[in-house]
Design a protein around this ligand. Structure first.
Ligand code: ATP
Ligand code: NCN
Length: 201
């Protein structure tokens, strides 16, 4: 049985990978495993979102995306969840606040691909997110340069953990973020949809 809210012990470091997962793919699995290794995480929770607040078109129904995600991500350290539905949150800043209230003593790290760092300054209360939550960024084909030169990367350069320091991210106090250059997989949900391998309805 899948719980609405996964279990986490006080002191654990939980990475959060939010996304539409429309559908989930090998790129998500790959960055999750790299994040566990590179950022000193105990667990990762996938937050399958109701829909990206910045995207116009709605994704496939949540249940179908959850089911597909659970088929591709099979690792005892990873939980595929729809936590935001149960918290009633849509924006990441709200989700993080609600999770901290619900899980006192648990350390959360927000995870994202480089494409999201390039857009991060458009997110609601993005500076609040960086002020409260360590952020781990994983390289993605085509987005490394735009991410590294993005407003968020520039303004928060002072808080970047470089090289092997990324291992300390999960235990660091915010603001702290790290960009890791991992082997990259060029797979994306939009490519899968374009090939007609996943229908939204
Ligand atoms: N191949 C990949 N390499 C690195 N990061 C990735 C990759 N695929 C997805 N991500 C990251 O995973 C998170 C969730 O991604 P999402 O569910 O939007 O998939 P996507 O492939 O980016 O979808 P779409 O093509 O529809 O935009 C985001 O932070 C995104 O940057
Ligand atoms: O909070 C925001 O303003 C915000 C804006 C854009 C994206 N996000 C979150 O970023 C995650 C990745 O989104 P997506 O659509 O690229 O899969 C997902 O958890 C979204 O809710 C959050």
């Amino acid at each position: 049985m899948t719980r609405k809210f996964p279990y986490a012990r006080q002191g654990q470091v939980v990475g959060l990978l939010g996304g539409s997962f429309d559908p989930a793919h090998a790129g998500h699995v790959h960055i999750t495993k790299e994040a566990l290794k590179r950022f000193g995480l105990d667990r990762v929770w996938w937050l399958v979102s109701v829909g990206n607040p910045l995207k116009e078109h709605g994704p496939a129904p949540l249940e179908r995306r959850l089911q597909a995600a659970r088929q591709v991500m099979c690792d005892p350290r990873v939980e595929v969840t729809d936590i935001e539905t149960h918290l009633g949150t849509r924006y990441t800043a709200q989700t993080l606040d609600a999770l901290r209230l619900r899980y006192p003593g648990v350390r959360f790290v927000w995870l994202m691909g480089a494409d999201n760092l390039a857009q991060f300054h458009h997110w609601q209360d993005w500076q609040g997110i960086l002020a409260t939550t360590p952020v781990g960024v994983l390289a993605r084909p085509g987005d490394r340069i735009s991410a590294r030169t993005s407003p968020a990367a520039k303004i928060y350069d002072f808080a970047r953990l470089k090289g092997r320091q990324s291992q300390l991210l999960g235990r660091s106090d915010a603001p702290a973020w790290s960009f890791v250059n991992i082997p990259m997989l060029s797979v994306s949900s939009s490519e899968i949809r374009k090939r007609g391998e996943w229908q939204r309805d």
